[in-house]
Design a protein around this ligand. Structure first.
Ligand SMILES: Nc1nc2c(ncn2[C@@H]2O[C@H](COP(=O)(O)OP(=O)(O)OP(=O)(O)O)[C@@H](O)[C@H]2O)c(=O)[nH]1
Ligand SMILES: [Zn+2]
Length: 203
């Protein structure tokens, strides 16, 4: 009887591996169509790498805000503005699947409870790691913070460079896109809004 080899017991292909395989197949087709020799050594593992990278960069699609926050909501009487500024993010634009790279500033006015500070960054990542347009991402972050905290107001400002505007198309490398979403007290009171904008302004 022939000796058994580990290949006789292939690992069951899990859902994630199946997705990697399918995406890698599509990437290989793209490489070939670009005129590349997909058999050359440097490209041997590229389809799989690209597949894994794309799944990583879009993992926010499978994540829920509630899980990202966990139990990190704390009772607090503090009703002063809380601001976390300069939260870096990387996303992909939904039109070209090219990177959007920038920073998010978040402010909110607590109303009985505050959110663990790192959770604001987790909320940013959750909405950045998917195919996006900047305006929608800005709004989604604000809504998530508002729902999680029950705040009296939320302010979100996003400043970003779009590689689809820099590396191709109009090729404006220096341009920066700024979007914002203000709710509650930030929307109603110019003084509150200005306080936030002053706190997050650079310099
Ligand atoms: N509003 C908005 N537009 C975006 C964002 N990311 C990319 N875009 C734009 O989406 C638009 C797509 O326009 P199309 O004319 O369909 O595509 P295109 O021919 O590649 O456009 P050009 O980039 O002008 O060459 C472009 O103007 C992009 O700059 C975003 O986050 N928000
Ligand atoms: Zn784009």
């Amino acid at each position: 009887m022939a000796a058994l080899h580990e290949d006789d017991f292939p690992e069951p292909v899990g859902a994630d591996e199946k997705r990697v395989e399918t995406i890698a197949g599509a990437v290989k087709t793209i490489l070939a169509e670009l005129g590349e020799d997909t058999a050359r050594e440097g490209l041997a593992d590229t389809p799989t790498r690209v597949a894994k990278a794309l799944l990583y960069l879009t993992q926010g699609l499978d994540q829920r805000v509630e899980s990202a926050i966990g139990n990190a909501l704390f009772a607090s009487d503090n009703d002063e503005m809380v601001v976390v500024r300069n939260i870096e993010f990387h996303s992909l634009c939904e039109h070209h699947m090219l990177p959007i790279i920038g920073h998010v500033d978040i402010g909110y006015i607590p109303q009985g409870r505050v959110l663990g500070l790192s959770k604001l960054a987790r909320i940013v990542d959750l909405f950045a790691r998917r195919l996006q347009i900047q305006e929608n991402m800005t709004q989604q972050i604000a809504e998530a913070v508002e729902q999680a905290t029950g705040a009296a107001g939320v302010a979100v400002q996003v400043r970003a460079a779009h590689m689809c505007m820099a590396m191709r198309g109009v090729e404006k490398v220096e341009s920066e896109t700024i979007t914002s979403r203000m709710t509650g007290q930030f929307r109603d009171s110019a003084a509150t809004r200005n306080e936030f904008l002053q706190l997050v302004s650079r310099g």
